[in-house]
Design a protein around this ligand. Sequence first.
Ligand code: PEP
Ligand code: MG
Length: 315
Amino acid sequence: RAGRAAARAGEPAVTADGVTVHVAANLGSVADARAAAANGADLAGLVRTEFLFLDRDAAPSVDEQVAVYRQIAEALGGRRITLRTLDVGGDKPLRYAPAPHEQNPFLGVRGIRHSLAHPAVFADQLLAIARVARETPVSIMFPMVSTVGEVVTARRMLDDAIGRAGRSDGLRVGIMIEVPAAALRSAAFTPYVDFVSVGTNDLTQYTLAAERGNAALSADGLDPAVLRLIRLVCEQSGVPVAVCGELAADEAAVPLLTALGVRELSVAPPAVPLVKESVRGTRLEQAGPLAERACGLADANAVRALLKPGNVHSG
Ligand code: PEP
Ligand code: MG
């Protein structure tokens, strides 16, 4: 199966009943972009731009950012790149943007909150992204959004950057859905976004009040509470829905997410070929009723039992 997946990695992923699902890559470096291209990614669905900002004494200049974003786009042969604005906070402090100690960094000034609290750093990143968008297809995505007001402010700053860049033909604007409040209110964001991308790592953490990476807890993105939020986003957001958390690379989850209405799965580069193969093995006619049942089950273990191979794959 891995051999067949590799051989077909460059082809689009289409379900057995003809629905195309874009299989994208999550990147944290220029090297990752090369790996994504080699593994047949349709686009970069999440560029974690933190790698440019951490472990240094000053923020990267606009020119430095432009050069790196351009290298990523070039490595991907001009396929669309989704640049997520800086997602740092109390747990990943920046030397040049000092922040007070926080008791609960995951509930603190992180993601878009951090960017809005440091407008000079944010404005430079927006300008760099707007410049790159003049020459290659770019999507911009804001992390850790919890209120509409944050998006309104960020878009106003982005419009300013676009004005300074001159134009930004192919720029699409989206938000990450990783806070339950944003999932519950996804319709309220529709006027301000072209797409949304569900970050299941954080959405699971915040929904289940289970710190990610805490080995004593075993929060699972297939928990019906998380699935119901994803279903709600697909029903109400009115824009294309992607998933870019770990769950997107979970083969058991692929048919279910697709059946809920997700049309882009963004995963680590090496996972792209097998996720594409899982999409090809999915028949929505079968996966749809299973997804509905999954949302009503007791817990993630019950969902995993339901999703055993054979139940959802056409073979
Ligand atoms: C997520 O939270 O699911 C996500 C993709 O973002 P990160 O893992 O970078 O927090
Ligand atoms: Mg996240």
